[in-house]
Design a binder for this molecule. Structure first.
Ligand code: ATP
Length: 254
Protein backbone atom coordinates (compact mmCIF):
# COMPACT_ATOMS: atom_id res chain seq x y z
CA UNK A 1 0.00 0.00 0.00
CA UNK A 2 2.94 2.28 0.79
CA UNK A 3 6.36 2.00 2.29
CA UNK A 4 5.55 2.75 5.90
CA UNK A 5 6.30 0.17 8.52
CA UNK A 6 3.48 -1.96 9.94
CA UNK A 7 3.48 -1.29 13.69
CA UNK A 8 0.57 -3.54 14.62
CA UNK A 9 -1.40 -6.08 12.70
CA UNK A 10 -4.28 -8.41 13.42
CA UNK A 11 -4.46 -11.78 11.75
CA UNK A 12 -7.68 -13.76 11.58
CA UNK A 13 -8.87 -12.14 14.79
CA UNK A 14 -12.16 -13.51 16.14
CA UNK A 15 -13.85 -12.50 19.39
CA UNK A 16 -16.89 -13.80 21.24
CA UNK A 17 -18.83 -12.38 24.18
CA UNK A 18 -20.10 -15.67 25.61
CA UNK A 19 -21.79 -17.38 22.65
CA UNK A 20 -22.15 -14.23 20.62
CA UNK A 21 -19.45 -13.59 18.07
CA UNK A 22 -18.59 -9.89 17.85
CA UNK A 23 -15.52 -9.92 15.57
CA UNK A 24 -15.10 -12.11 12.51
CA UNK A 25 -11.71 -12.85 11.05
CA UNK A 26 -10.28 -9.35 11.16
CA UNK A 27 -7.05 -8.70 9.25
CA UNK A 28 -6.03 -5.10 9.69
CA UNK A 29 -2.61 -3.44 9.48
CA UNK A 30 -1.76 -0.40 11.60
CA UNK A 31 0.89 1.72 9.88
CA UNK A 32 3.60 3.31 12.00
CA UNK A 33 3.38 7.06 12.63
CA UNK A 34 0.05 7.22 10.83
CA UNK A 35 -3.48 7.73 12.01
CA UNK A 36 -5.84 4.83 11.37
CA UNK A 37 -9.56 5.55 11.78
CA UNK A 38 -12.13 2.84 12.49
CA UNK A 39 -15.61 3.75 11.32
CA UNK A 40 -18.95 1.97 11.11
CA UNK A 41 -22.45 2.02 12.60
CA UNK A 42 -23.15 1.59 16.29
CA UNK A 43 -22.53 -1.92 17.56
CA UNK A 44 -20.37 -3.04 14.62
CA UNK A 45 -17.41 -3.90 16.85
CA UNK A 46 -15.10 -0.88 16.53
CA UNK A 47 -14.52 -0.47 20.27
CA UNK A 48 -14.27 -4.21 20.78
CA UNK A 49 -11.60 -4.34 18.11
CA UNK A 50 -9.73 -1.35 19.58
CA UNK A 51 -9.70 -2.96 23.02
CA UNK A 52 -8.09 -6.09 21.54
CA UNK A 53 -5.05 -4.00 20.63
CA UNK A 54 -4.00 -3.56 24.26
CA UNK A 55 -5.85 -6.53 25.74
CA UNK A 56 -8.41 -4.45 27.60
CA UNK A 57 -10.95 -7.18 26.76
CA UNK A 58 -9.01 -9.48 29.11
CA UNK A 59 -10.91 -7.75 31.91
CA UNK A 60 -14.25 -9.17 30.64
CA UNK A 61 -14.54 -12.75 31.82
CA UNK A 62 -16.93 -13.93 29.07
CA UNK A 63 -14.61 -12.87 26.26
CA UNK A 64 -12.92 -15.50 24.11
CA UNK A 65 -10.42 -14.52 21.44
CA UNK A 66 -8.53 -16.34 18.76
CA UNK A 67 -6.18 -15.19 16.05
CA UNK A 68 -3.12 -12.99 16.41
CA UNK A 69 -2.53 -9.37 17.34
CA UNK A 70 1.04 -8.50 16.42
CA UNK A 71 2.99 -5.58 17.84
CA UNK A 72 6.32 -5.22 16.07
CA UNK A 73 5.74 -8.75 14.82
CA UNK A 74 5.18 -10.32 18.26
CA UNK A 75 1.77 -11.67 19.29
CA UNK A 76 0.58 -9.67 22.30
CA UNK A 77 -1.62 -12.63 23.36
CA UNK A 78 1.41 -14.91 23.84
CA UNK A 79 1.79 -16.29 27.36
CA UNK A 80 5.08 -14.54 27.98
CA UNK A 81 3.68 -11.03 27.36
CA UNK A 82 3.52 -8.78 30.43
CA UNK A 83 0.17 -7.00 30.11
CA UNK A 84 1.29 -3.96 32.16
CA UNK A 85 4.25 -3.53 29.90
CA UNK A 86 1.99 -3.94 26.85
CA UNK A 87 -0.40 -1.23 28.10
CA UNK A 88 2.56 1.07 28.64
CA UNK A 89 3.48 0.56 24.98
CA UNK A 90 -0.10 0.73 23.74
CA UNK A 91 -1.94 3.44 25.65
CA UNK A 92 -5.64 4.30 25.55
CA UNK A 93 -7.68 7.50 25.61
CA UNK A 94 -11.39 7.03 26.28
CA UNK A 95 -14.55 8.70 25.07
CA UNK A 96 -15.28 10.51 28.30
CA UNK A 97 -12.28 12.33 29.72
CA UNK A 98 -11.41 10.41 32.89
CA UNK A 99 -8.76 12.29 34.86
CA UNK A 100 -8.07 10.98 38.34
CA UNK A 101 -9.41 13.08 41.24
CA UNK A 102 -5.99 14.49 42.01
CA UNK A 103 -3.82 17.38 40.89
CA UNK A 104 -2.90 18.01 37.27
CA UNK A 105 0.70 17.22 38.17
CA UNK A 106 -0.12 13.94 39.90
CA UNK A 107 -2.30 12.80 37.00
CA UNK A 108 0.66 13.03 34.64
CA UNK A 109 3.21 11.71 37.14
CA UNK A 110 0.99 8.72 38.01
CA UNK A 111 2.14 6.37 35.23
CA UNK A 112 5.85 7.26 35.42
CA UNK A 113 5.71 6.76 39.24
CA UNK A 114 4.13 3.31 38.79
CA UNK A 115 6.96 2.49 36.42
CA UNK A 116 9.47 3.37 39.13
CA UNK A 117 10.41 7.00 38.51
CA UNK A 118 10.64 8.76 41.88
CA UNK A 119 13.07 11.61 41.30
CA UNK A 120 11.22 14.94 41.52
CA UNK A 121 13.30 16.71 38.86
CA UNK A 122 12.76 13.87 36.39
CA UNK A 123 9.03 13.85 37.11
CA UNK A 124 8.88 17.65 36.71
CA UNK A 125 10.46 17.29 33.29
CA UNK A 126 8.07 14.53 32.23
CA UNK A 127 5.06 16.56 33.40
CA UNK A 128 6.15 19.64 31.47
CA UNK A 129 7.08 17.66 28.36
CA UNK A 130 3.79 15.73 28.34
CA UNK A 131 1.64 18.81 28.88
CA UNK A 132 3.50 20.65 26.13
CA UNK A 133 3.06 17.73 23.75
CA UNK A 134 -0.65 17.67 24.57
CA UNK A 135 -0.94 21.43 23.92
CA UNK A 136 -2.10 22.11 27.47
CA UNK A 137 1.01 23.49 29.16
CA UNK A 138 0.34 27.18 28.52
CA UNK A 139 -3.13 26.90 30.00
CA UNK A 140 -2.15 25.08 33.21
CA UNK A 141 1.51 25.76 33.94
CA UNK A 142 0.71 28.11 36.82
CA UNK A 143 -1.76 25.79 38.49
CA UNK A 144 -0.28 22.32 38.35
CA UNK A 145 -1.53 21.62 41.87
CA UNK A 146 -5.12 22.33 40.96
CA UNK A 147 -7.51 19.38 40.92
CA UNK A 148 -7.74 18.02 37.38
CA UNK A 149 -11.51 17.68 37.69
CA UNK A 150 -11.81 21.46 37.74
CA UNK A 151 -10.58 21.71 34.14
CA UNK A 152 -13.01 22.05 31.21
CA UNK A 153 -13.97 18.90 29.28
CA UNK A 154 -11.63 19.73 26.40
CA UNK A 155 -8.77 20.45 28.80
CA UNK A 156 -9.48 17.22 30.68
CA UNK A 157 -9.25 15.25 27.43
CA UNK A 158 -5.90 16.90 26.58
CA UNK A 159 -4.79 16.06 30.12
CA UNK A 160 -5.74 12.42 29.51
CA UNK A 161 -3.71 12.49 26.31
CA UNK A 162 -0.79 13.99 28.26
CA UNK A 163 -1.18 11.26 30.89
CA UNK A 164 -1.09 8.62 28.15
CA UNK A 165 2.04 9.97 26.47
CA UNK A 166 3.84 10.50 29.82
CA UNK A 167 4.83 6.82 29.80
CA UNK A 168 6.14 7.14 26.22
CA UNK A 169 3.91 4.63 24.45
CA UNK A 170 4.49 3.51 20.86
CA UNK A 171 0.81 3.39 19.98
CA UNK A 172 -2.12 5.49 21.22
CA UNK A 173 -5.62 4.06 20.97
CA UNK A 174 -8.45 6.59 21.06
CA UNK A 175 -12.07 5.55 21.51
CA UNK A 176 -14.23 8.41 20.23
CA UNK A 177 -11.98 10.94 21.96
CA UNK A 178 -13.99 13.99 20.94
CA UNK A 179 -17.58 12.80 21.11
CA UNK A 180 -18.11 14.44 24.52
CA UNK A 181 -16.50 17.72 23.46
CA UNK A 182 -17.64 20.99 21.88
CA UNK A 183 -16.56 21.80 18.29
CA UNK A 184 -13.65 24.05 19.30
CA UNK A 185 -12.19 21.49 21.72
CA UNK A 186 -12.74 18.85 19.04
CA UNK A 187 -10.67 20.79 16.51
CA UNK A 188 -7.93 21.26 19.11
CA UNK A 189 -7.78 17.52 19.72
CA UNK A 190 -7.75 16.84 15.97
CA UNK A 191 -4.83 19.26 15.51
CA UNK A 192 -3.11 17.58 18.40
CA UNK A 193 -3.60 14.14 16.85
CA UNK A 194 -1.94 15.30 13.63
CA UNK A 195 0.96 16.65 15.69
CA UNK A 196 1.25 13.46 17.77
CA UNK A 197 1.28 11.25 14.68
CA UNK A 198 4.79 12.55 13.97
CA UNK A 199 6.00 10.54 16.97
CA UNK A 200 3.29 8.00 17.64
CA UNK A 201 1.07 5.53 15.86
CA UNK A 202 -2.59 6.34 16.45
CA UNK A 203 -5.74 4.25 16.06
CA UNK A 204 -8.98 6.18 16.55
CA UNK A 205 -12.57 5.00 16.69
CA UNK A 206 -14.93 7.68 15.49
CA UNK A 207 -18.58 8.07 14.67
CA UNK A 208 -17.78 11.26 12.91
CA UNK A 209 -16.95 10.70 9.28
CA UNK A 210 -15.76 14.25 8.71
CA UNK A 211 -13.32 13.63 11.51
CA UNK A 212 -12.11 10.37 9.98
CA UNK A 213 -11.60 12.05 6.62
CA UNK A 214 -9.94 15.11 8.20
CA UNK A 215 -7.47 13.39 10.49
CA UNK A 216 -6.70 9.89 9.32
CA UNK A 217 -4.30 8.39 6.80
CA UNK A 218 -6.01 4.99 6.72
CA UNK A 219 -9.59 3.98 7.39
CA UNK A 220 -11.19 0.65 8.21
CA UNK A 221 -14.95 0.30 7.75
CA UNK A 222 -16.64 -2.22 10.07
CA UNK A 223 -20.09 -3.67 9.70
CA UNK A 224 -21.63 -6.30 11.98
CA UNK A 225 -18.29 -7.47 13.34
CA UNK A 226 -16.60 -7.68 9.94
CA UNK A 227 -13.98 -5.46 8.41
CA UNK A 228 -15.66 -4.67 5.12
CA UNK A 229 -12.95 -2.48 3.67
CA UNK A 230 -9.58 -1.06 4.66
CA UNK A 231 -7.58 1.39 2.62
CA UNK A 232 -6.02 4.83 2.49
CA UNK A 233 -8.56 7.30 3.78
CA UNK A 234 -8.99 9.23 0.55
CA UNK A 235 -9.65 5.98 -1.29
CA UNK A 236 -12.30 4.89 1.22
CA UNK A 237 -14.06 8.24 1.03
CA UNK A 238 -13.67 9.01 -2.67
CA UNK A 239 -13.62 5.61 -4.34
CA UNK A 240 -14.78 2.89 -1.96
CA UNK A 241 -14.62 -0.53 -3.53
CA UNK A 242 -17.56 -2.05 -1.62
CA UNK A 243 -21.19 -1.04 -1.91
CA UNK A 244 -21.68 -1.22 1.88
CA UNK A 245 -18.86 1.29 2.39
CA UNK A 246 -20.31 3.64 -0.17
CA UNK A 247 -23.78 3.40 1.38
CA UNK A 248 -22.39 4.14 4.82
CA UNK A 249 -20.18 7.07 3.90
CA UNK A 250 -22.89 8.63 1.79
CA UNK A 251 -25.19 8.48 4.82
CA UNK A 252 -27.60 5.88 3.48
CA UNK A 253 -27.50 3.96 6.76
CA UNK A 254 -25.96 4.03 10.22
N1 ATP B 1 -19.10 -6.35 27.56
C1 ATP B 1 -19.88 -6.84 26.60
N2 ATP B 1 -20.61 -7.97 26.80
C2 ATP B 1 -21.41 -8.48 25.84
N3 ATP B 1 -21.55 -7.93 24.61
C3 ATP B 1 -20.85 -6.81 24.35
C4 ATP B 1 -20.00 -6.20 25.32
N4 ATP B 1 -19.44 -5.10 24.76
C5 ATP B 1 -19.94 -5.02 23.51
N5 ATP B 1 -20.78 -6.04 23.25
C6 ATP B 1 -21.49 -6.31 21.99
O1 ATP B 1 -20.55 -6.45 20.93
C7 ATP B 1 -20.99 -5.80 19.75
C8 ATP B 1 -19.96 -4.76 19.32
O2 ATP B 1 -19.94 -3.70 20.29
P1 ATP B 1 -18.90 -2.51 20.24
O3 ATP B 1 -19.12 -1.67 21.45
O4 ATP B 1 -17.56 -3.04 19.99
O5 ATP B 1 -19.40 -1.73 18.95
P2 ATP B 1 -19.06 -0.27 18.45
O6 ATP B 1 -18.97 -0.35 16.98
O7 ATP B 1 -17.89 0.26 19.18
O8 ATP B 1 -20.37 0.53 18.88
P3 ATP B 1 -20.54 2.06 19.28
O9 ATP B 1 -20.16 2.84 18.07
O10 ATP B 1 -22.00 2.17 19.60
O11 ATP B 1 -19.65 2.31 20.46
C9 ATP B 1 -22.35 -5.22 20.08
O12 ATP B 1 -23.32 -6.13 19.64
C10 ATP B 1 -22.36 -5.13 21.59
O13 ATP B 1 -23.66 -5.26 22.10
Amino acid sequence: MDNTNIKMETKNLNLWYGDKQALFNINLPVHENKITALIGPSGCGKSTFLRCLNRLNDLITTVKINGDVLLDGKNIYDNDVDVYDLRKRVGMVFQKPNPFAMSIYDNIAFGPRIHGIKDKKTLDKIVEWSLKKAALWDEVKDELNKNALSLSGGQQQRLCIARTIAVKPDVILMDEPTSALDPISTLKIEDLMAELAKDYTIVVVTHNMQQASRVSDYTGFFLMGKLIEFNKTEKIFLEPSKKETEDYISGRFG
